[in-house]
Design a protein around this ligand. Structure first.
Ligand code: ADP
Length: 336
């Protein structure tokens, strides 16, 4: 039986090498009609873990072994950050409010009592330092024991790609460089224990996204969009990318930002839908995405962003809107 299992494991190939040759198999236990296989890898991403479980199960069944199979995969990183949930915030276009929403969801999570980190991966426009009032001299992440120490603001631990460039200096990195930096941000940062690590992704779809998605062990994606056709056509490309089978990251839902502006017309409050009414809501139905909620366009949101203060700390209505959206995200996460 053990030989048959070893043969099955040799048929599982990752990166042109079978997993026995790679030295990933730590232990094989056979007991009570159950096969327990333990693997140890240096940096297993969610994508690799899921692929391993699927391929090993398939290969063992191909050997006509009918026992139940239990597969355990652990990381052999010496200092293992304990991060329970890594979620990414994505958008099709830039400027739709992705970073504003990443900021306010992170602070809402802190207010709910969670331990929260925020990783600003938006290499095209790292605005998280500005939104957390962390711009300027004080933002060099210190090294301790070879690990980076995140900055903390409003209870959120933050690492931003913007901390590593001077104000106004363009960040011109190719995909592999970005992936390497992201790996360091996740594995070589003293995050401590976190309930949530929110990753503010760059807008759009591309090489960088593919490598980020494969590198970061994500539990889910939250998409942000406005309602006009141009924004939604880009979002449908993003959804297509996240749904590529080899990536396997569940989309937890979509948020409509800048849904409407409240104006007073003849002493009556009316909603004006600049970008079209319910565009994201209809889109979510068409694409079978959960609608997480809508956020109005409000001068205060922009003003507090510019001041480096998360608006949820200042405006009760907006706080409640973000709280509801954040609870919806957690609910969707538990449904996955
Ligand atoms: P992205 O990350 O998608 O590029 P940002 O979060 O940087 O977008 O937002 C772009 C601009 O829009 C910022 O100035 C921000 O303050 C503003 N903004 C975002 N959401 C709203 C909103 N709901 N109402 C008013 N201004 C907003």
């Amino acid at each position: 039986m053990k030989e048959k299992i070893e043969k099955a494991l040799k048929n599982v190939i990752i990166d042109n090498k079978n997993i026995v040759e790679s030295g990933w198999i730590k232990k094989i236990d056979l007991s009570n009609n159950e096969i327990k296989i333990s693997l140890r890898l240096s940096n297993p991403t969610m994508h690799i873990k899921k692929k391993l479980i699927k391929d090993i199960t398939h290969s063992i069944k191909n050997q006509n072994i009918l026992c139940s199979i239990c597969i355990e995969i652990e990381s052999n990183q010496k200092i293992k950050p304990i991060i329970k949930n890594i979620l990414a915030i994505a958008s099709g276009k830039g400027g739709v409010g992705k970073s504003t929403i990443s900021t306010n969801i992170s602070v809402s999570l802190v207010k709910m009592g969670f331990r929260v980190g925020l990783l600003d991966a938006d290499i095209y426009g790292p605005s998280i330092p500005l939104m957390f009032n962390l711009e300027g001299d004080s933002v060099n992440c210190k090294l301790s024991n070879g690990m980076m120490t995140p900055m903390t603001s409003y209870g959120v631990k933050i690492i931003s790609i913007g901390f590593f460039s001077k104000y106004g200096q363009p960040i011109v990195w190719r995909g592999p460089m970005v992936t390497k930096v992201m790996r360091q941000f996740i594995h070589e940062t003293n995050w401590g224990e976190l309930d949530f690590l929110i990753v503010d992704l760059p807008p759009g779809t591309g090489d960088i996204h593919l490598s980020l998605l494969q590198e970061i062990p994500l539990k889910g994606i939250v998409i942000v969009s406005t309602s006009q056709k141009i924004a939604l056509s880009d979002v449908s490309r993003s959804v297509g990318m996240f749904r590529i089978r080899s990536i396997y990251v569940p989309i937890l839902g979509i948020i409509e930002n800048m849904s409407y502006v409240s104006v007073s017309l003849k002493r009556k409050k009316e909603k004006v839908h600049f970008f079209g009414k319910n565009g994201v809501r209809y889109f979510s139905k068409k694409m079978n995405l959960f609608f997480l909620g809508e956020i109005p366009m409000l001068q205060e949101i922009r003003e507090y962003s510019d001041l480096g203060i998360p608006v949820v700390l200042k405006n009760e209505n907006i706080r409640d809107i973000f709280l509801k959206i954040t609870k919806n995200i957690i609910h969707q996460l538990h449904n996955e």
